[in-house]
Design a protein around this ligand. Structure first.
Ligand code: HH2
Length: 276
């Protein structure tokens, strides 16, 4: 079970997190949902398609992305959150900024998803006083430069140790473990070989006892393997997603919810997990 703001989410079956990028420059859908109206329409569509929760982001973290000033990020995210908060769907906000976290929580966010694992000063304190869930992701470096020269001696061990340390920091800040998710951060300061090693070692991460979120949808590692451009990685995304589920992921972060839902149903039927 994950305690997630207004919701207690059962993890008996894996959950689908649908991505809403309110950005002009996200790596696969930048500009498509930049206006609040198009973001809302997209959110409704993802809910109809079977998203269990939505992740709203106002800053691209693609390699090389420029940072977004705080007022701008607030302007992108908060109106969308306001408009969606009446729906009975858990809402996550994807941000690295404590001020955006604070405003998002005040506007009703149920989860904060931080690719920086709440390492900014005050980030843990801001979230501690809420009931929201936290997704803590591993990233080596920062988006502008992270793909320049990723370096690990044992990527799986280092990512596992980092996330254990961040979980301990959250607990020390007064946040219960039932509110925590961890994410190895596919593509965030990692080579293709690092990403594949992390995926193969996902069972080791899942063994930590905290639910694992896997974000593989349309990522460049899939382009490197298949030679496909970003809009043609649907099949590759599903293949990677199914391996992540098989290796213990409890939540998957995807752009294409309808396809992910079908793939998950088939996986569940084979695994004989009920409540499709
Ligand atoms: N990936 C992206 C953004 N946020 N959060 C988590 N927890 N895990 C991920 O793998 C992850 C994430 C990148 O994908 P996207 O949001 O589509 O792109 P962009 O950062 O360019 O907006």
């Amino acid at each position: 079970m994950l305690r997630c703001g207004r919701f207690n989410l059962s993890l008996d079956r894996p959950l689908i997190m649908g991505i809403i990028n309110v950005t002009p420059d996200s790596f696969s859908d930048g500009g498509r949902f930049f206006s609040p109206a198009s973001a809302l329409a997209h959110a409704r569509r993802l809910i109809d398609e079977g998203a269990d929760l939505l992740d709203i982001g106002g800053e691209s973290t693609r390699p090389g992305a420029a940072a977004v000033p705080e007022p701008e990020e607030l302007e992108r995210v908060i109106p969308v959150l306001d408009a969606l908060s009446g729906l009975n769907v858990p809402l996550s906000v994807d941000t690295r900024k404590p001020a955006v976290m604070r405003a998002a929580l005040a506007a009703g966010a149920d989860m904060i998803n931080d690719v920086n694992a709440f390492r900014s000063a005050d980030a843990l304190e801001v979230v501690a006083s809420s009931e929201a869930a936290l997704c803590m992701m591993h990233m080596q470096g920062e988006p502008r430069t992270m793909q320049a020269q990723p370096k690990y001696s044992d990527v799986a061990a280092e990512v596992t140790a980092f996330l254990a340390e961040r979980a301990a920091a959250a607990v020390a800040a007064g946040i219960s473990r039932e509110r925590l998710m961890i994410d190895p951060g596919f593509g965030f300061g990692k080579t293709l070989q690092d990403n594949l090693a992390l995926l193969r070692n996902l069972p080791q991460l899942a063994a930590s006892g905290l639910p694992v979120l896997a974000g593989l949808s349309r990522k460049s590692m899939l382009g490197e393997i298949t030679g496909r451009g970003v809009t043609e990685r649907g099949a590759a995304s599903l293949a990677a997603m199914l391996m992540a589920l098989e290796y213990g992921a409890k939540m998957i972060r995807v752009h294409d919810v309808a396809d992910a839902r079908d793939a998950l149903k088939v996986w569940q039927a084979i695994r004989v997990i009920s409540h499709c």
